[in-house]
Design a protein around this ligand. Structure first.
Ligand code: FAD
Length: 407
């Protein structure tokens, strides 16, 4: 077989095997849709997040497609013997994902996809090893891969001096180093804590005060104000966004019908930078330089100098906890003509029912779907909805090799 010939024909390919990809692939398979799932299982969580990290999402809203039953996190926790009282450890979540993969998508093809192009009324996927696959539909579930946000002041500086948090699976190499962490969201704050724990001297540099999430962040407070009561007792299951908007976030199908401006407002209000209150006690010993804008950055020998409006400081390394911004052009999967045919808003695909883009048969789930289905799609809590919705759509659209309900 040559590199240009399709290896096999298949109805649907799901690209990416993180929580969204696994959930969608599992649901399609359960509905007897011929499905090929591609990508390393849980590889973003395993290779691009720091060991020792704990999940920000509450245990009861951390799903890989299953909210309850034998494949739920609770069920796996019973097997592992871990307690839902503690925020979930990254390593345990990765194990859970691998377990889900083995149970629901055992035939995962771990190869990377390098190109998706339209062909013969469907799609041709070029795989990194030179093989190719023809499919009728594609679900892009590549998560935050290649979507890192790097402030322009750091352009051109070498990786030894500046790196994005996603470039690290642990911080042991920073023992004894002076590290500036830029940002004030969960990733920046948790990285600062883990760096300190690894023996680094840490300063957090951010635009404004850290927004600690959750009642316990207001530590020392014993009583309940009406606001505390509302934010804690009336919190939505996933706790994404401020109360009461958080309850709207829970219904992505409804959010999808919002006028664009209203949905953009909901996304902005719900996905602002914030860090879990349980991190706060670990901030002892971390200097916080809030309210400082970084005006410039320059290499100074083996160190890096950050210039602020009024002064400057030198560090051995700058770690960017500056988050991610969706721009599907940066996925590197589509040729320019195909990219031009995908309707986009600020880099994200505009999706209709079934998470389908303006190219029929090309779907996007996960963070790329936030612009169309709202903030829940940024979290694992969105996986059951996405999996159900895509599967229902694909079955309704019909196709060969699977039950449509009519045959
Ligand atoms: C530091 C950090 C902490 C987070 N904490 C939480 C949390 O506590 N709770 C929560 O719900 N969410 C959290 N998130 C958000 C999290 O990224 C999403 O919830 C979740 O990972 C989305 O799943 P996904 O399947 O869309 O993407 P991912 O988990 O990123 O998976 C994408 C997969 O696609 C694969 N892939 C990418 N490109 C290709 C390709 N070309 N070919 C084949 N495969 C490919 C990758 O290998 C990867 O396995 C966090 C994110 C970060 C960065």
């Amino acid at each position: 077989m040559t590199a240009s010939m399709p290896r096999t024909d298949c109805e649907v390919a799901v690209i990416g095997a993180g929580p969204f990809g696994l959930s969608v692939a599992a649901a399609l398979k359960a509905a007897r849709v011929e499905t090929l799932a591609l990508g390393g299982a849980m590889s973003f969580w395993r290779d691009h997040m720091p060991r020792g990290m704990r999940l920000r999402s509450p245990w009861h809203a951390t799903y890989i497609g299953h909210t309850n039953g034998p494949l739920s996190l609770d069920s796996y926790a019973g097997i592992l013997g871990i307690s839902p009282r503690e925020p979930l450890l990254l390593e345990n979540f990765v194990d859970y994902g691998l377990w889900i993969q083995a149970k629901t998508v055992p035939d995962l093809d771990t190869r990377m996809v390098s190109r998706v192009e339209a062909a013969n009324g469907g799609f041709r996927l070029a795989l990194a090893d030179g093989d190719a696959v023809h499919v009728r539909r594609v679900v892009i579930a590549t998560g935050l891969m290649n979507q890192q946000m790097i402030p322009a002041v750091f352009n051109g500086l070498p990786g030894e001096l500046v790196s994005h948090a996603s470039e690290h699976a642990g911080y042991e190499a920073f023992r004894g180093k002076r590290v500036a962490v830029v940002g004030r969201g969960q990733s920046a704050c948790e990285s600062a804590v883990l760096l300190k724990r690894s023996g680094a001297d840490v300063e957090l540099v951010c635009h404004g005060d850290i927004h600690w999430l959750g009642y316990r962040a207001l530590s020392g407070k014993q009583g309940w104000s009406l606001r505390d009561f509302a934010s804690e007792r009336l919190a939505s299951p996933s706790r994404v966004g401020p109360f009461p908007l958080s309850w709207l976030v829970e219904v992505p199908g409804f959010v999808h019908r919002f006028p664009e401006a209203a949905r953009a407002g909901l996304n902005k209000r719900s996905l602002g930078a914030g860090a879990s209150g349980w991190l706060k006690p670990d901030f002892d010993g971390i200097r916080v330089n809030a309210g400082s804008r970084i005006a410039g950055a320059a290499a100074k020998g083996h160190a890096i100098e950050l210039r602020f409006e009024k002064d400057a400081a030198t560090f051995d390394h700058v770690l960017l906890g500056t988050g991610y911004q969706i721009d599907i052009a940066r996925l590197g999967l589509f040729a320019p003509d195909m990219l031009a045919a995908i309707a986009r808003r600020e880099g994200a695909p505009v999706l209709s029912a079934g998470f389908e883009s303006s190219i029929p048969g090309l779907h996007f789930v996960g963070a790329s779907a936030v612009g169309s289905f709202g903030p829940l799609m940024r979290f694992t809590a969105g996986t059951p909805y996405a999996a159900r919705n895509v599967t229902r759509f694909v079955r309704k659209a019909g196709g060969r090799g699977y039950a449509t309900g009519r045959n």
